[in-house]
Design a protein around this ligand. Structure first.
Ligand code: IPE
Ligand code: IPE
Ligand code: MG
Length: 233
């Protein structure tokens, strides 16, 4: 199978998965998190991608009912505190992208601890987009650049696409392949800068049912795509 440098996944459909089964939305999120943990380990073991960006909570998701937001935050807290050793031993390197200032301090502490614990790893990079918005990232990068300009660290002529990309939350390559589960064909503010030339794939399956078989199907689809980047082949 052709290796994908940077895979993006918009985790979607947890709520509808639960509703179809007469379960609460929270139970859908629990099942989605379990599916996601398996996908991460599979990608790490099989070495099918170098970078994995996961959209797990948008800045807009703070507008959901408090009970749901709180459940998700507890889920993240438990997840990030329990996988530290496992991810370190798996050689997985964790990044977080998003506005940490909107999050509870105990969750931010767990995120920082997980980033620190895995900082020296050089295997699969997993970038969790949490409290994340693509426009917010572009605004925050702009602020970084203006700050550097004001400190005389750069001049106007230094500002180009390469410099801009370096001022995003992390230095990540462009996304090659973007999967959004649940049949929705939209981006919902995910990594707007990094998806310029991404191939999109929108399987109908809800995320809790997105297993390694589904992932293999997605990879086959990617292999069939002809990427031209504006040129003629
Ligand atoms: C994705 O599932 C998880 C998050 C956005 C946190 P949803 O909660 O959006 O599930 P649906 O779209 O309502 O089915
Ligand atoms: C996008 O999904 C955000 C995440 C997957 C974290 P949503 O379910 O929140 O997006 P919309 O509302 O369908 O666009
Ligand atoms: Mg959704």
């Amino acid at each position: 199978m052709k290796k994908i440098n940077h895979l993006g996944i918009i985790v979607d459909g947890n709520g509808r998965w639960a509703k179809e089964r007469g379960l609460s939305r929270s139970e859908g999120h629990k099942a989605g998190a379990e599916a996601l943990r398996k996908i991460i380990l599979y990608l790490s073991h099989e070495k099918l991608v170098n970078y994995l960006s996961l959209y797990v909570f948008s800045t807009e998701n703070f507008g959901r009912p408090t009970e749901e937001v709180n459940y998700l935050m507890e889920l993240f807290l438990k997840w990030f505190t329990t996988v530290k050793k496992e991810y370190r031993n798996e050689n997985i390197k964790i990044y977080f992208s998003g506005r940490k200032e909107y999050l509870r301090s105990d969750i931010v502490d767990a995120m920082n601890a997980l980033e620190n614990e895995t900082a020296d790893n050089d295997g699969l990079v997993v970038n969790f987009c949490l409290s994340y918005g693509g426009r917010a990232e572009i605004v925050d990068a702009t602020k970084n650049i203006v700050r550097k300009f004001a400190n005389n660290e750069i001049t106007i002529n230094d500002i180009d696409e390469e410099l801009f990309a370096k001022n995003l939350y992390h230095e990540l390559p462009d996304i090659d392949f973007l999967i959004r589960t649940s049949g929705e064909s939209r981006i919902s503010n995910f990594m707007l800068w990094q998806i310029s030339y991404a191939e999109f794939y929108f399987p109908k399956v809800y995320f809790p049912d997105f297993d390694t078989k589904e992932l293999d199907k997605a990879f086959k689809e990617y292999e069939s795509r002809d990427r031209r980047f504006g040129k003629v082949k």
